[in-house]
Write a protein that binds this ligand. Structure first.
Ligand SMILES: NC(=O)c1ccc[n+]([C@@H]2O[C@H](COP(=O)([O-])OP(=O)(O)OC[C@H]3O[C@@H](n4cnc5c(N)ncnc54)[C@H](OP(=O)(O)O)[C@@H]3O)[C@@H](O)[C@H]2O)c1
Length: 209
């Protein structure tokens, strides 16, 4: 058994999460509310280590509820500064890393109350969240490499994207990986679409058929 998995991202017209400099401020205030509403409805938020290093997010739910989903970082290297905001506990933070990780940060993270778990494969990690922490709904908040991993491994149930009116040209793509050869990823259908209140974005929800 594994949790229900939802990717939530805000992208440019040309499918970028971030520009070539790492700039990624794409969301309007209504999009931030959508993001927070979904955070309030899930049991865990999963994020890639680069996004943690670049954006230094707290991933706390700001509105809608007192629910505090656990925060999960995927980092094969474990090159993460323990002073980052996401390591201010509570809420609970878990880092999944690989066997060959850098052990220097591990002790300090554990002392702060962070669970450090060695495991490979994002879908294995998502299944472990179900078994170890009772997680039933997961929100994946990017970035591109994490999105690609979960798409490639095939454990996504829903994709929510907000498409903004910006174009970055180069940068981090929504799914940043080696890519498919053809249309292997084709089992998703539009469940809803809406023009954002800001009039400059579209919010789309795709669900697995
Ligand atoms: N617009 C948006 O909605 C949005 C959302 C999120 C992020 N962003 C932007 O996206 C950019 C970061 O994206 P990114 O693609 O560079 O990085 P990312 O996906 O955030 O993180 C990549 C890192 O996560 C770890 N990782 C990912 N998949 C893994 C797997 N299958 N197994 C083990 N470890 C894995 C690795 O960590 P280690 O390097 O530690 O081994 C990898 O280097 C930032 O600029 C951020 O601002 C935008």
């Amino acid at each position: 058994m594994r949790p229900y998995v939802i990717i939530f991202s805000t992208i440019t017209l040309d499918g970028r999460l971030a520009s070539k400099t790492g700039f990624s401020e794409l969301s309007c205030k209504w999009d931030k509310m959508r993001q927070n509403k979904l955070r309030a409805e899930v049991d865990a938020i999963v994020i890639g280590a680069n996004t943690v290093r670049i954006d230094n997010p707290s991933l706390k739910v700001k509105w809608f509820t007192n629910n505090s989903p656990i925060r999960v970082i995927v980092s094969s290297s474990l090159k993460l500064d323990p002073s980052l905001r996401i390591f201010q506990i509570p809420p609970k933070t878990v880092v999944y890393t690989s066997i060959s990780h850098d052990t220097s940060a591990e002790k300090e993270l554990s002392e702060r109350g962070v669970d450090v778990i060695v495991m490979d494969g994002v879908c294995n990690i998502i299944t472990d969240l179900y078994e170890r922490y009772g997680v039933r709904r997961v929100m994946i908040e990017g970035g591109g490499r994490l999105n690609w991993s979960v798409i490639k491994e095939g454990c996504v149930d829903e994709i929510r994207v907000t498409i903004s009116n910006k174009i970055f040209g180069r940068g981090v793509s929504f799914a940043e990986g080696e890519g498919f050869e053809r249309d292997e990823f084709n089992r998703f259908e539009i469940a809803s679409f809406k023009k954002c209140e800001c009039e400059k974005e579209i919010h789309l929800i795709f669900k697995k058929t």
